[in-house]
Design a protein around this ligand. Structure first.
Ligand code: PLP
Length: 487
């Protein structure tokens, strides 16, 4: 492609995206496809002879995307998508992605693309201030932020920094010795268990701390007891992960009290606020981040609820030297005067991969195009919809809230009056019926052993009418189920 041809085709591709988004509700949120069907369509069709040996017109790709890819895609940008947590890919962020790909910069070192590094630094400092997590997390304040590919990677590198600190650097030479311990709760995201495994600590390193009675949030007293017992047993507490907005129900650990316990034993505090952390942009919601200013690392995903296309996980550390100390390895070919001057940040030392994309451009496009006020309006709109939905659930016979609503997440279940098994079966049927409708998609969790429907409001285009339509369906299905004879 030369630039002129790119311009011509680029218009067609942008038109395709615009049309797809404009008509997204013509499609079901979730496709009804059998495993292997896409492979079969491709190997019998567009890729029947294997990969093309000769150049093919790129317009043809759009046709195949329409015929094969879209019908087999779960449409996360559909306003009826209420599953998991959202994966916002606003059109503004796509324009930023285009700039990033257009520049094609690889920002592993400051010197390989000074702008990629410094734009990211300025944006992350700005977001640390806008979220209110504290000046200590900014580069100006001695800490700093980086954009990782995922909250999972963020947890892994935070753990590696914690291991480095706990071992006084010995970990780099000798690795782990089986005495390291990492504290989580039963509700902590599985990415922490994965980080523990990838770091080579083994599952025995994971200590599941009891919750505050009657909640699922980490008990600071139980944490203190676990840490004290482990130290007495000759083990080495390395990191505690506090969650702000658990994946199941959006529960929040008491970060301030957890951090106080950790501080007494110099244990690294990582806050996983992958979904909920962005709520800190709204002063009236910032209470969910109480105590996060005391953490050693804090992560929130712009690619979940902050309008930024995957991938853009924002990770801050209060000590800008912590990640490079743990991760920096410098072969000769990466040596350069700027790095050696100590005056620059080399983001390769803040992550596992060497190479890195210029992700900051898409985040910049989002905040430039909407302003912080626009981001707040996006979040507030969804929270208001969730408040309204939760009130309706409370007032509805046959349905109950399965957990306190959290920001834009509502968890509900059937209450048949016929016991837990009947409730679970009814809730499962409700989830299946919503998803079979094609106009909405929800997922489930288990709370206190009970099957629960999760409604995570947060797609870019979700409006009150989409939540109202979902509610009408749930209500009607729930009423119909109550009229059905007991099996
Ligand atoms: N932490 C929490 C609380 C999550 O809910 C999720 C995903 O939903 C993750 C971590 C993992 O996010 P990522 O896909 O960015 O690794």
């Amino acid at each position: 492609l030369d630039p002129d041809e790119f311009r011509r085709l680029g218009h067609a591709f942008v038109d395709w995206v615009a049309d797809h988004r404009a008509r997204i509700t013509d499609h079901d949120v979730q496709p009804a496809v059998e495993p292997g069907s896409v492979r079969r369509l491709l190997t019998d069709g567009a890729l029947a002879g294997g990969l093309p040996e000769t150049p093919q017109p790129l317009e043809e790709l759009l046709r195949t995307v329409d015929e094969v890819v879209v019908p087999a895609s779960t449409l996360w940008q559909h306003p009826g998508f209420f599953g998991y947590f959202p994966a916002n890919a606003s059109l503004a962020s796509l324009l930023g992605e285009l700039l990033s790909g257009g520049l094609g910069a690889q920002g592993m070192l400051w010197s390989t693309s000074p702008a990629a590094t410094e734009v990211e630094q300025v944006l992350l400092d700005g977001f640390a201030r806008a979220l209110g997590i504290g000046e200590a997390f900014t580069f100006d304040g001695g800490g700093g932020g980086s954009i990782q590919d995922s909250a999972s990677s963020a947890a892994l590198v935070a753990l590696l920094a914690a291991l480095e600190r706990a071992g006084g650097g010995a970990w780099r030479e000798s690795g782990t010795d089986g005495r390291e311990r990492v504290y989580v709760t039963a509700e902590t995201h599985s990415s922490l268990a994965k980080a523990v495994r990838v770091a080579g600590l083994g599952a025995r390193a994971l200590r599941v701390v009891e919750p505050v009675p009657g909640t699922v949030s980490m008990s600071p007293d139980a944490l203190a007891a676990a840490v004290a017992a482990d130290i007495a047993a000759g083990l080495r507490p390395v990191m505690v992960c506090a969650t702000v907005g658990t994946t199941g129900t959006g529960a929040v650990d008491p970060v301030r009290a957890v951090a106080a316990v950790a501080a007494a034993h110099d244990v690294w505090v990582h806050v996983d606020a992958a979904w909920a952390g962005v709520a800190g942009l709204c002063p009236e919601l910032r209470h969910v981040l109480d105590g996060c200013e005391l953490a050693d690392s804090f992560c929130t995903d712009a690619h979940k609820w902050l309008l930024t296309a995957f991938d853009a996980s924002l990770l801050w550390v209060r000590d800008a030297t912590a990640l490079p100390r743990a991760l920096s390895i410098t072969p000769e070919y990466l040596r350069n005067a700027a790095s050696e001057s100590g005056a620059v940040v080399d983001y390769r030392d803040w992550q596992v991969p060497l190479g890195r994309r210029f992700r900051a451009l898409k985040l910049w496009a989002v905040v430039h195009g909407l302003g912080l006020d626009g981001l707040r309006a996006h979040l507030r709109g969804h929270v208001a919809m969730a408040v309204d939905l939760a009130a309706k659930v409370r007032a509805e016979p046959g349905l109950v809230l399965a957990a306190p609503p959290s920001l834009a997440l509502v968890c509900l279940r059937a209450d048949t009056g016929r016991g837990p098994e009947a409730d679970d079966a009814a809730t499962r049927t409700l989830v299946e019926r919503v998803n079979a409708s094609g106009s909405a998609f929800v997922t489930h969790t288990v709370v206190d052993g009970r099957y629960v429907m999760r409604i995570a409001i947060g797609a870019v285009t979700t409006q009150p009418e989409h939540v109202a339509a979902l509610w009408q369906r749930i209500r009607a299905d729930s009423a119909a189920l109550r009229r059905e004879p007991v099996q």
